[in-house]
Design a protein around this ligand. Structure first.
Ligand code: APR
Length: 236
């Protein structure tokens, strides 16, 4: 039994999402059974050193992620967020996901903490969009440098602007809903505490207990695509 929420009772709602939000769309999670990091060593595919050692191998891996994402579609949980955003002026998404699924579902005001599969970056000429299934260019057309996926890899710093934007929304929301993250990666793992210390009601949606599940006022053990429509059933 899921007690429904009235979104209009809250001034600002933040959805904080991890790989579990995309799981019912068919995108692999990173950890747990079948997780990406149980098949691939991140040291070979998801860090700057790996890219410098073998850019083609790292780009091939990310092209696979692109193909996988394009085969997948947003689910009912993503659509709940879109519907809420049409009714409520302050609904934000902070995501660790790089697959762009929120945006494909029509979600707005999405802060991408870990970057995006759909952007590449040249050290000299900066970031550009590249939405194709396979990279349009592997080297910068202007200077010939390898184009790096614009993703926050292991050992990278987070983008300061995204972090600041996330901190602001966390510190000013009164409803914080975390969905599908194992909460092992910082600083994201500390986000429920920031929201809670600022007075937000904190809810976790995850079929399994996460690392920091004790920080939540309510934990709902279930899948994003099933729980979200029921949680907001009264409003939508
Ligand atoms: N609904 C909700 N949660 C789910 C679902 C589902 N249908 N299916 C799985 N989950 C949960 C799992 O129980 C797990 O707790 O999603 C979580 C996925 O955890 P991770 O794979 O560790 O993903 P995430 O927390 O997003 O990883 C954080 O780590 O490797 C890096 O940069 C990568 O952004 C990623 C970051």
């Amino acid at each position: 039994m899921i007690e429904p929420l009235d979104p209009m009772a809250f001034k600002k709602i933040v959805f904080f999402t991890g790989a579990g939000m995309s799981a019912e769309s068919g995108v692999h999670t990173f950890r747990g059974a079948g997780g990406i990091w149980s098949q691939y060593r991140w040291q070979e595919y998801a860090c700057q050193q790996a890219f410098e050692r073998d850019p083609q191998k790292v780009l091939d891996f990310h092209e696979l992620r692109r193909k996988e994402a394009l085969r997948c579609q947003p689910h009912a949980g993503h659509r709940v967020i879109t519907d809420l955003q049409q009714r409520h002026s302050a609904v934000f998404v902070i995501t660790q996901n790089i697959d762009g699924m929120h945006q494909r579902a029509g979600n707005k005001q999405v802060i991408e903490l870990h970057g995006s599969l759909w952007r590449v970056r040249c050290r000299i000429h900066g970031v550009r969009l590249d939405m194709a299934e396979t990279y349009t260019h592997r080297r910068c057309p202007d200077c010939g440098q390898w184009l790096r996926p614009d993703i926050v890899w292991f050992e990278d710093m987070l983008d300061e602007e995204e972090v600041q934007a996330a901190q602001y929304e966390l510190g000013t929301c009164d409803l914080f809903i975390s969905i599908g993250t194992s909460a092992v990666v910082w600083p994201a793992a500390g986000y429920p505490l920031i929201a809670r210390n600022n007075g937000a009601l904190c809810i976790e949606i995850n079929p399994e207990p996460s690392e920091n599940c004790e920080l939540y006022h309510r934990t709902i053990r279930g899948k994003a695509g099933e729980v979200l429509p029921r949680l907001f059933a009264a409003a939508l």
